[in-house]
Design a protein around this ligand. Structure first.
Ligand code: ADP
Ligand code: MG
Length: 612
């Protein structure tokens, strides 16, 4: 019976349980410490990491410091200098306020906290070992400011330790955290080292061009070439930052930085608003790139929603939503400078792209026929001998016939229906689907999905037989990459070359593409490589080479395929159908979605209660 009685947990155990919420991995411990340094008014933060933070995390700042008598308190749970009453929570201006981070970290590591308060001449240090405090602070030599040294993270929490990934992956998370904080605190100098190697070093940025230099360091040089600075204010809410033009979209949402009162957040309301603002200019499935700061009265937003503070709750979320959609949408609509929207000074580096074969959607909602013709040259060749109608000639014939010519039953095409499982293409629906008639009835084909499968299978076949046919580029393409992209490219470099994308390092932040698979020569290769990289960053594929190749192949096929919203001629559509019939697994794209649906006469008749 005794065992079933309720007992208050001793603080040791309570801290370890709480640590689970706050300290998920080395990066989350580091985040809390950097936030403490920022709250202490530091202008310089130096971070040393060993083995992805599993062995060591050391942060040194030049902030206000902690007085001797408060050192032990700082490691206590619910000990904070930032709020005193519940009503203070209404006006939070600091990043921390829960008073539990240091206690949680100390509970699951060996921690040294050293500090010299700015009004004192002496520095003191306190040590904790798995939450056990060393009795008294000892005198040490330390400049004004604070250092925290965390070693052996999770040494006493084996369950947590098991979930740690490789040092490399853990360091990636750390890097992400430092970048996020560096983007919202331009005025602070940051320096990050991993295993003694300097990874990120950025001096305090106060002018606009210094800030842009930091953006370049973090997002890669291409971002600013495709971004505009926006700034607007209404009803006490202010939004400013950089938004990428739709041409700089990505296949992942990995370059979206949103801050509310300088706190990085992932918020549903904001994400939705941004998506809506970009809606008519961005393709489905593409993601915008932005670094945006929303500032509003702290009483309008509740940051105490989750221990990691990544979520917020707005008092008036509809107003915020409306404000964001309207502002960003208008900025995108007027890509030219106005009173509120300032364009960035050009920081230009030579960037060479192949002539874009994918249209730029910010200017023309629909692709130009000429570009599609170019992209579809492949199908034009496959298409039957009959002269390929240009869009003009099609329009003419539509006017001449009064009914769309393709809807006429042409007797000489009967063999198309008789002999081919997918039958004869008769029309394109909303530039997404191909409608065909076959022996069984009607088929609806998703042309992007179908083409993706065809390209993928072809590449796989070619690869198996004799390697992929390649084309040497007359003008090599240079692409600027962000540090993260650069690192992933280095990791996957061999995989790229296995699929005939021959790339090389062009500089510390750029690569050059010299040779591409023949199959993809009509694609926007620079965009393609960036998309593949961002997919790899997001999904961190297995290291097995085979898998790497297939995943690169798969994404390449997907991004290199005919997109929905391309107008095709009838012969081009028929050529796709014939290709599908020749292709293995043609019934589904390489993401497993179906590529076509058969409607039998029975189904069709059923719609109209025919023959019942
Ligand atoms: P919180 O940040 O929520 O107040 P923490 O556990 O993170 O809680 O920190 C506890 C207290 O320790 C802080 O309120 C602050 O007074 C002090 N502190 C922690 N880190 C620093 C630092 N780098 N510089 C100055 N004071 C610090
Ligand atoms: Mg804190």
């Amino acid at each position: 019976m005794e065992n079933n009685r309720i007992k208050i947990l001793d603080s040791h155990v309570a801290n370890q349980i709480a640590a689970g919420e706050v300290v998920e991995r080395p990066a989350s411990a580091l985040k809390e410490c950097i936030e403490n340094s920022l709250d202490a008014g530091a202008t310089k933060i130096t971070i040393d990491i060993k083995q992805g933070g599993i062995e060591l995390i050391r942060i040194r700042d030049n902030g206000t410091g902690i007085v001797k008598d408060d050192l032990a308190l700082a490691l206590n749970r619910h000990a904070t200098s930032k709020v005193q009453s519940f009503s203070d929570l209404e006006q939070i201006n600091s990043l921390g306020f829960r008073g539990e981070a240091l206690a949680s970290i100390a509970a699951v590591s060996r921690l040294n906290l050293s500090s010299q308060h700015r009004d004192n001449e002496d520095a003191y240090q306190i040590k904790a070992d798995g939450g056990d405090l060393q009795a008294e602070p000892i005198l040490v030599s330390h400049p004004k400011g604070t250092s925290i040294e965390i070693t052996n993270l999770f040494f006493n929490a084996p369950a947590r330790r098991k979930f740690l990934r490789t040092p490399k992956t853990e360091f990636n998370h750390i890097d992400t955290i430092v970048q996020r904080l560096a983007l919202s605190h331009f005025e602070v100098a940051f320096r990050l080292k991993h295993n003694e190697k300097v990874i990120f070093d950025s001096k305090a940025a106060n002018t606009q061009s210094e800030k842009e230099e930091r953006l370049n360091q973090i997002l890669g040089r291409d971002f600013l070439n495709h971004a505009m600075f926006i700034e607007f204010e209404a009803a006490g809410i202010k939004l400013h930052g950089w938004i990428g033009t739709p041409t700089f979209s990505r296949s992942q949402s990995d370059m979206q930085y949103f801050y509310v009162n300088r706190r990085f957040v992932k918020d549903r309301v904001l994400t939705h608003a941004l998506r809506q603002a970009y809606q008519d200019v961005l393709f489905n499935g593409r993601h915008a790139v932005f670094v945006l700061f929303l500032s509003l009265n702290p009483s309008e937003v509740d940051v105490n929603v989750h221990p990691t503070k990544h979520e917020v709750r707005f008092r008036n979320s509809r107003l915020i939503h409306h404000f964001m959609v309207k502002g960003v949408h208008e900025a995108l609509a007027h890509e030219k400078p106005t009173q509120t929207i300032q364009t960035k000074p050009q920081i230009t580096e030579p960037v060479t792209y192949l002539p874009a074969t994918t249209p730029s959607f910010n200017q023309t909602p629909r692709p130009k026929p000429a570009q599609i013709q170019e992209q579809l040259a492949h199908y034009a060749v496959l298409a039957e001998a009959e002269p390929k109608p240009t869009s003009e000639s099609r329009t003419e014939s539509i006017m001449a016939h009064d009914t769309p010519p393709c809807l006429h039953k042409q007797p000489e095409k009967q063999w198309l229906i008789e002999e081919n499982p997918l039958g004869e293409a008769i029309a394109q629906l909303h530039e997404i689907y191909i409608i065909t008639q076959n022996k069984q009835g009607m088929v609806l084909v998703d042309m992007h999905a179908a083409h993706e499968r065809i390209v993928y299978e072809k590449m796989k076949k070619q690869l198996a037989e004799n390697g992929i046919a390649t084309q040497l580029l007359l003008m090599p393409i240079t692409i600027n990459l962000s540090p993260k992209e650069m690192q992933v490219w280095q990791d996957y470099r061999e995989a790229f070359s296995k699929v005939a994308l021959i790339t090389g390092e062009a500089g510390p932040h750029s690569i050059v593409i010299r040779e591409v698979p023949l199959l993809l020569k009509k694609s926007d290769i620079a965009q393609l490589v960036k998309d593949v990289l961002s997919d790899l960053i997001a999904h961190q594929q297995s290291t097995r080479l085979e898998e790497k190749i297939n995943s690169v192949l798969g994404t390449m096929a997907c991004h290199g395929s005919v997109r929905a919203h391309h107008r095709l001629s009838i012969p081009e559509m028929n050529a796709i159908l014939r290709d599908m019939e020749q292709t293995e697994h043609a019934g589904q794209c390489n993401h497993g979605r179906p590529t076509y649906v058969q409607f039998s006469f029975k189904t069709l008749d059923g719609f109209f209660l025919r023959g019942q």
